[in-house]
Ligand binder design. Sequence first.
Ligand SMILES: [Fe+2]
Length: 384
Amino acid sequence: MTIDTLRKFVMPEVIIGDGARNRAGLYLENYGIQHLLLVTDPGVIRAGWVDEISTLAEDHGVDLTVFDGVSENPRTDEVHAGAGLYHRAGCDGILAIGGGSPMDSAKGISILATNGGDIRGYEGVDQIRQMGPPLICIPTTAGSSADVSQFAILTDQAAKRKFAIISKMIIPDISLIDPALLATLPREFVAYSGFDALTHAIEAYVSTGSSPLTDLHACEAIQLIRTALPKAYRSRDDSSAALSMMLGSLHAGLAFSNASLGLVHAMGHAISGMYNLPHGEVNSLLLPYVIRHNFPAARERYNRIATMLGLPVGKIHENGPDAIIDAIRCLGEDVGITGTLGDRGMMSSHIPDLASSAVLDPCIVTNPNIPEREEVIALYEAAL
Ligand SMILES: [Fe+2]
């Protein structure tokens, strides 16, 4: 294999395994944090995880301020509120515990803590000048991989759109990945976040920014998630499935953080910006249509994905993308994801605006078959 252009690969320090969350106290000490801003959401607080971290902080003599004003699709005004609290409380470090929403919010707060200004001013690639304070992440879902990625996705509520901030400046310093935390995640979010991780792996594998390093992680992720997701969804106390999902999500995150994503995410960001729908659920419903669109441009890569999804070698050659699309839909049904985006409120009249947003999303740049706006409109209509 050759690499026709230069590639880089970045990742944070990672500790994965049972009890990883208990290392938080040690890292608070290592980073010299005296007053921590803990970013989370009300669901994580109800699950009891924030009490645990508070006790760890107290044991290490660290003051703590909790910010839980984070929506499911985190908003720019929430990031500004969190940054205001960070300054008022005199914080010098951030710990995010939760899914992608608290972690992306924490990344936004971290940017404002040292760079100031309006968070919308950092949209795009490499727009951040100064490193933020130490950022510790503890994921409670196996999906977003915000704990290892250089992406933050935020919603501009006024403009009803999502936008991406992409920079190695927002890669967390340490990710503490503990499968025990998956046990308190509502079951439907195991499915949604698991499908988000699968989409990360597939999009990274067919991305024009892929490399041998990202391929390694993408392939491992697809195989792990395919087997573990139905088990983790059905048996919430299956610790082996939980670990496989956390590992699968980690591999998918390392792949997409370095290879970027594609059309599913570009179209999905537009939808969840407008309708406030769960990101992973939207991705799961778009994925089959994007595979059909991309297939002619990345036939060999999709053939390998088919094998990783458990299809017999060569079957996809006979059937084009149909076999792989069926496999994706079966996996979705296995974890309770059925129906269409129209069933969830997407309206035909909004499709032209959604397509206009999707073609401007940075994730579209590395899609193997970059569509015209009219083709994106046709894809949304097919998925309605
Ligand atoms: Fe995603």
